[in-house]
Design a protein around this ligand. Structure first.
Ligand code: THG
Length: 745
């Protein structure tokens, strides 16, 4: 079915998705032999629990389940392919068969729907690894696994694809990239549904809010975004309300309540249907069905509930909305102005360069935190330096920024002239970033290739006014290049205007070279033209470049930037890479005479403008020299044990443990006291959505290191008491191969 027809159908009524596959398979009580069938009789690994292999070994059973759901009234059934990817199936030694298992899964579902109007949705689970936590499997490997799975599903004939149970946005982004690749290979597209699962804090396990998640996956142009699994239908209502103004359709397929002590879901069909009625009466969804624990009985009653319901209407967003995200969403309207923090740049800050060169990333992180506290809404990160491995430095720093509680909420601007550095960084970031930058410097082919890669990874892009002939400095050259870039990006790559940020080059003025006199004015005119002639496009600039002639004279530079931004904003500048502490308009403490002289320079009003400004500059420089020096940085403060655990840092951990041992007298008391208090606090912060899984994992590593350090003491204490320490064994178990493996591991 064509996407257009499907969209019409969804405007007409609420469609019903089927219920759980796993629950139904469990009910069949299949044995190891049933899972193995003839084909895998001698397979070395146990296959019981590998539901997807049943597509090959017991297709009738799967077809029967599909038919039950079709009979119950499902408009869309999901293939038995949740784990049919080479990463999850590797647990069973079946990774190499992922594509075939997916394809046959799709064929079984298609066969079951023969003669009905039911659609087949190819389901793709999140795999059993989390990219945001790092590990052996990287973005490319995961994208490749999803590509294979999507190829299999599309070859098998699915009408739709669904990225399901997304708990880590980076996994979902790899899935999108893989699906895009599969669609390119096959030369056709199928509509895509994307469904996330939230923790009770309303965030994904990887820490993003639901709205940040939406911004991070919107580049896939999905048919629907929604929620599944989770904690029952009722618990989903507040989060479905958050999707009320979404511009695509909304899906929802909850579990049958919360699991009981035995891990079974026992919300009755009647009770679930009542909650579904509430959801439908509020007009919150377009597609509804069931996840863990739901059965054909649930689906039949849900279908009943939809018969009189009116579907939710997608809400059109302003066409020029720019959507960004870190752990939180940043929706930028056409007339908003954003400060992009410039200081995490090895070329723009000597202090930052020194810290990175020395490997002092924790102090470098302090600079980033400072930028956010000072009002930066986006952080520009640049590691381009001849003596650095920019790719490694970028990867390491981005890894810290995306989990630090202060910086992680904020979108990043990845600034490098090396596209490999940019691409590597984008594959580590779950948010929607801005690439800084691409240009026509190396011609159209490279430009288009880079743009397509960026689009597939879901970032917005800064385009420099630079082409094969070099950097544009006149108004005419600036707009010619911007117009050409805009056409290429919108016509050939499919960018939206709002995803393109033009940088018409902020160049240094008052340099003493007469040709430079018009540089600010040319920039202003370009802002105005871009704003009016290139729909949706934004304008940005590296404002501090403007005043390079006056390096060292900060009061003057600050005044120049303030005036420059003030003018440019009025003409359409929508973001500036700048020192976020700086004002964006002249302030009362700026010398009027100086402002006047700057005006003359910026607007090119007098032939002697540069001389006059230079003269004023030397006067205020003298004043600056006599000003008191800033206070010396205070000594680094040693974190307490609790603070170390919460911040996930092991800096000085052993010394703090020795001190605590002194204080409380026994290793067990240290563990049960300060360390456990901190762990409980971490649990609370996690529950409240104030700490996220990657941070918790770091904290756990610190705890482990602390316990390892204390273990010999505990044993010694036990011996001194005359008792051999009898350590009990705790066993944790969960179902093999499903998403909960993450928690277990
Ligand atoms: N356009 C785009 N990206 C850019 C720029 C641009 N990225 C880099 C740069 N230009 C913007 N960033 C800075 C950062 C710092 C300074 C200038 C531009 C700066 N630094 C002081 C100096 O060099 O005098 C600080 C010195 C120090 O603290 O050591 O001025 O134009 N798209």
């Amino acid at each position: 079915m064509q996407e257009r027809v499907l969209k019409e159908l969804l405007r007409d009524r609420v469609l019903v998705l089927d219920g759980a596959m796993g629950t139904m398979i469990q009910r069949l009580g299949l044995t190891e032999a049933d899972f193995r069938g003839e084909r895998f009789k001698n397979h070395p690994a146990e296959l019981r629990g590998c539901n997807d292999v049943l597509n090959l070994t017991n297709p009738r059973a799967i077809e029967g389940i599909h038919k039950e759901y079709i009979a119950a009234g499902a408009d869309i059934i999901e293939t038995n392919t949740f784990n049919s990817n080479s990463i999850s199936l590797a647990d069973y030694g079946l990774g190499y068969m992922a594509r075939e298992i997916a394809r046959v899964g799709a064929q079984i579902a298609c066969k079951a729907t023969a003669g009905t109007k039911t659609l087949v949705c190819g389901t793709m689970g999140p795999t059993n690894v989390s990219l945001s936590l790092g590990g052996e499997i990287d973005f490319d490997r995961m994208a490749e696994a999803y590509c294979e799975q999507a190829l299999g599903l599309m070859e098998g004939g699915v009408d739709l694809l669904m990225i399901e149970t997304a708990f880590d946005t980076l996994n979902a982004k790899a899935a999108i990239a893989g699906i895009e690749e599969a669609q390119t290979i096959l030369g056709r597209r199928v509509p895509l549904m994307i469904s996330a699962t939230l923790t009770e804090s309303g965030r994904l396990l990887s820490g993003q809010t639901l709205r940040a998640f939406v911004n991070s996956v919107i580049h896939a142009r999905p048919l629907s975004i929604g929620l599944n699994c989770g904690f029952g239908a009722e618990g989903m209502i507040p989060f479905l309300r958050e999707l009320k103004d979404l511009d695509c359709f909304v899906s929802c397929h909850p579990n049958a309540g919360l699991p009981n002590e035995l891990g079974q879901y026992d919300e009755s069909p009647e009770r679930m249907a009542r909650t579904v009625e509430t959801i439908l009466s509020e007009g919150l969804v377009n597609i509804i069905g069931g996840c863990c624990g739901t059965t054909p009985d649930h689906i039949a009653l849900i279908k009943q509930a939809t018969l009189n319901a009116s579907p939710r209407r997608p809400v059109a967003k302003p066409k020029d909305l720019l959507r960004l995200s870190g752990l939180e969403a940043l929706d930028v309207l056409a007339d908003d102005f954003l400060k992009v923090g410039e200081r995490c740049n090895v070329a723009g800050s000597r202090k930052f360069l020194t810290l990175i060169k020395d490997g002092n990333y924790s102090e470098a992180l302090e600079i980033a935190r400072g930028q956010v506290s000072a009002g930066a809404r986006v952080l520009d990160i640049n590691m381009d330096d001849g003596l650095l491995d920019a790719s490694e430095a970028m990867a390491q720093f981005v890894g810290m920024l995306t989990i630090d509680p202060v910086t992680a909420p904020v979108p990043l601007m990845i600034d490098s002239s090396d596209f490999d550095v940019i691409e590597r960084a984008l594959k580590l970031i779950q948010g929607r970033s801005i690439v800084n930058s691409i240009s026509l410097k190396e011609g159209e082919d490279v430009f288009l290739d880079h743009a397509r890669r960026i689009q597939r990874l879901g970032a917005a892009v800064v385009v420099m006014a630079f082409d094969e002939q070099g950097q544009a400095d006149t108004f005419e050259r600036k707009i010619e290049i911007c117009e050409r870039s805009y056409s290429l990006l919108t016509d050939k790559v499919g960018f939206r205007g709002s995803e393109i940020v033009f940088d018409p080059n902020v160049l240094a003025v008052a340099t003493g070279i007469p040709e430079h006199n018009g540089y600010a004015l040319n920039f202003f005119r370009a802002c105005e033209w871009i704003k009016s002639d290139l729909p949706g496009a934004r304008v940005s600039g590296g404002v501090s470049n403007l005043s390079f002639s006056f390096r060292g004279n900060n009061p003057l530079r600050k005044a120049m930037h303030a005036l420059f931004i003030d003018y440019a904003r009025k003409l359409g500048l929508s973001m500036a890479i700048m020192n976020p502490t700086a004002p964006i308009a002249p302030t009362a403490d700026m010398d009027p005479e100086m402002l006047e002289a700057i005006d003359d320079v910026l607007l090119c009003r007098r032939d002697d403008a540069t001389e006059r400004l230079t003269e004023i500059a030397s006067r205020c420089n003298a004043a600056a020299v006599s000003a008191p020096k800033a206070a010396a940085p205070k000594e680094k403060h040693q974190l307490t044990l609790g603070e170390l655990l919460i911040s996930g840092s092991a800096d000085g951990l052993e010394a703090q443990l020795d001190e605590a041992l002194e204080r409380v007298g026994s290793a067990m008391a240290v563990i049960n006291g300060e360390l456990m208090d901190a762990m409980n606090r971490i649990g609370d912060l996690f529950g409240a959505g104030k700490m996220f899984l990657p941070q918790v994992v770091r904290s756990a590593a610190v705890m482990r290191r602390a316990v390892d350090y204390l273990t010999p003491r505990i044993e010694a204490e036990g011996k001194a008491d005359g008792v051999e320490s009898a350590r009990p064994v705790m066993v944790l178990a969960t179902v093999k191969g499903d998403v909960h493996d993450i928690g277990k591991n």
